[in-house]
Design a binder for this molecule. Structure first.
Ligand code: ADP
Length: 220
């Protein structure tokens, strides 16, 4: 379902060229749960950006849903991304001026879902993640663990096939981190493909497969 073929990504800053991904080949099947690990700067976030169609490779191919999307324009990538890929990050990236409900609903507004259905789906998703009673709160009124649950609700409310998580437990204490990990396992058991970057060996071990990166390449 997601396949990189000798994918290379470089960043040019002045005279310095950094090869963030160096001819990476990788296949992730629908329904898999994969952890990506490796030292800081090895290319984990770059890999996630490319898998999530936020960025395009400089060389090689990226097959997403049976199409090679390498080299496509940003407008085409965002079209492909919509409704197919959800993201969660270490910093929850919630909008403070909106309530919990509104934060989740915004994802559906972007997708053009009518208001009545939006409200139904937001309520269902907040219920599923155990935060329905916090719907009217602002993000800062919640604990970190609750904020990450709101971010997960926002990522999943469009029912994406793939969830990409960049250190989703990085800002959480271990109890809240474990809670988020349990939620991810449940989501994966329901069929969502998950690719998660993590620094925690314990959390990586909870994924079905671990991919190690070093200097932009997959460690064998
Ligand atoms: P990780 O997520 O494993 O810490 P990254 O994917 O963020 O690694 O970065 C891989 C390499 O690419 C690093 O050397 C980083 O400095 C470089 N890099 C990442 N993004 C950019 C960018 N936008 N501009 C220049 N260099 C970048």
């Amino acid at each position: 379902m997601l396949e990189l073929k000798r994918t290379t990504k470089r960043f040019v800053g002045g005279e310095v060229v950094t090869t963030a991904l160096n001819a990476v080949s990788l296949r992730i099947n629908a329904g898999e749960y994969v952890a990506v690990v490796g030292p800081s700067g090895c290319g984990k976030s770059t890999l996630l950006s490319i898998l999530g169609l936020l960025d395009s490779p400089d060389e090689g191919e990226y097959w997403f849903d049976g199409r090679n999307v390498a080299g496509r324009r940003e407008s085409e990538l965002s079209e492909q991304r919509r409704g197919r890929i959800g993201f969660i990050f270490q910093s929850f990236n919630l909008i403070e001026s909106l309530s919990v409900m509104e934060n989740v609903e915004l994802a559906l507004e972007y997708a053009g879902i009518p208001a009545a259905e939006r409200r139904e789906r937001v309520a269902e998703m907040l219920g599923k993640l155990g935060i329905a009673h916090r719907g009217a709160h602002r993000p800062s009124q919640l604990s970190g663990g609750q904020q990450q649950r709101v971010a997960i609700a926002r990522a999943l409310v469009n029912r994406p096939a793939v969830l990409l998580a960049d250190e989703p437990t990085g800002n959480l204490d271990s109890a809240h981190g474990d809670e988020v990990m349990s939620i991810l396992e449940k989501i994966n058991a329901e069929g969502t493909t998950i690719v998660m970057v993590t620094h925690s060996p314990e959390h990586a071990a909870r994924a079905a497969r671990t991919i190690g990166l070093l200097d932009g390449a997959i460690k064998q």
